[in-house]
Design a protein. Structure first.
Length: 218
C-alpha cells in the first residue's frame, strides 16, 4: 500500500476546495455575520459535495458519472439559476439588523438555519458540472489512483480528500472570524452587496459555460 496515499488525498481535497467561488464568498459572509461555526458548517456542506464527486470519480461509478455527464447542461443551468436567486436574495437583504441581533444573542443560531446553509452549499457544489471534471484532472495529475487501484486504497484516498476539504473551510472561517470584530455595520452592508453581486456573476458564468461552451465540459 502506498503510504503517501492519504496525504495525497488531503492535498487533492485542499486543491479542490480552495478556489474562490460562490460557496467561499458565502462562507466569508456567514462567518462575519454569525461567527466561526456558521461559516465553517456552510463550507462543510461544500466539502461533502466535493466528496460526492470524488467518490463518483474515484470508484468510476459509471451510471452516476454518465448521468451527470449526459445531463450536465440542465444541471449547470439549474445550478446557475440557484446562484442567481441566492445572489439576488443576498443583495436585497439588509444584514445590519440581523448582525446586531446576533451579537446580542452571542452568535447563537438555530439548527434549522445551520442545516439550511449546509444544504444550500452542498446543492451549489453538486450542481456545478465542473466539479467532477476537476477531480478527474486532480486524480490524473497526481497519479493518485487508476483502474487497478484496490478499493481499500481508494477509500483511504477519499478519506484524505474530505479531510483536506474540511481543513480548508476551517482555515478560511477561522481567519475571517479573527477579524470579524473589527468590521462595523457599514462594512457588513457593503460586504453583503458585493457578495450578492459575486454570487450572481458566478451563476451567470456557469449558465454561460454550459450553453455557449459545452465542448469545454465534454
Amino acid at each position: 500500500m502506498d503510504p503517501t496515499l492519504f496525504t495525497r488525498g488531503i492535498i487533492i481535497g485542499l486543491l479542490a476546495a480552495c478556489p474562490i467561488g460562490a460557496v467561499a464568498i458565502l462562507c466569508v459572509q456567514k462567518t462575519i455575520q454569525k461567527g466561526f461555526w456558521q461559516g465553517f458548517l456552510m463550507g462543510v456542506g461544500s466539502a461533502f459535495g466535493d466528496f460526492f464527486y470524488a467518490v463518483v470519480t474515484g470508484f468510476s461509478l459509471s451510471f452516476i458519472s454518465d448521468f451527470f455527464a449526459n445531463h450536465r447542461t440542465i444541471i449547470g443551468i439549474i445550478g446557475g439559476l440557484l446562484m442567481l436567486y441566492l445572489g439576488f436574495t443576498i443583495f436585497r437583504k439588509n444584514p445590519v439588523k440581523q448582525w446586531k441581533e446576533n451579537k446580542k444573542l452571542n452568535n447563537t443560531t438555530s439548527k434549522a438555519r445551520v442545516l439550511g446553509d449546509f444544504a444550500a452549499s452542498f446543492g451549489l457544489t453538486i450542481s456545478n458540472p465542473l466539479t467532477i471534471l476537476s477531480f478527474g484532472v486532480l486524480f490524473t495529475a497526481t497519479s493518485a489512483i487508476s483502474s487497478e487501484t484496490p478499493p481499500l486504497e481508494t477509500c483511504i484516498l477519499l478519506l484524505g480528500v474530505i479531510i483536506g476539504a474540511v481543513i480548508w473551510w476551517a482555515f478560511l472561517a477561522l481567519v475571517v472570524n479573527i477579524f470579524r470584530n473589527k468590521i462595523g455595520p457599514r462594512h457588513i452592508m457593503w460586504i453583503n452587496k458585493i457578495t450578492g453581486i459575486c454570487v450572481m456573476m458566478f451563476g451567470l458564468s456557469v449558465i454561460s459555460m454550459v450553453i455557449f461552451f459545452p465542448e469545454k465540459l465534454a
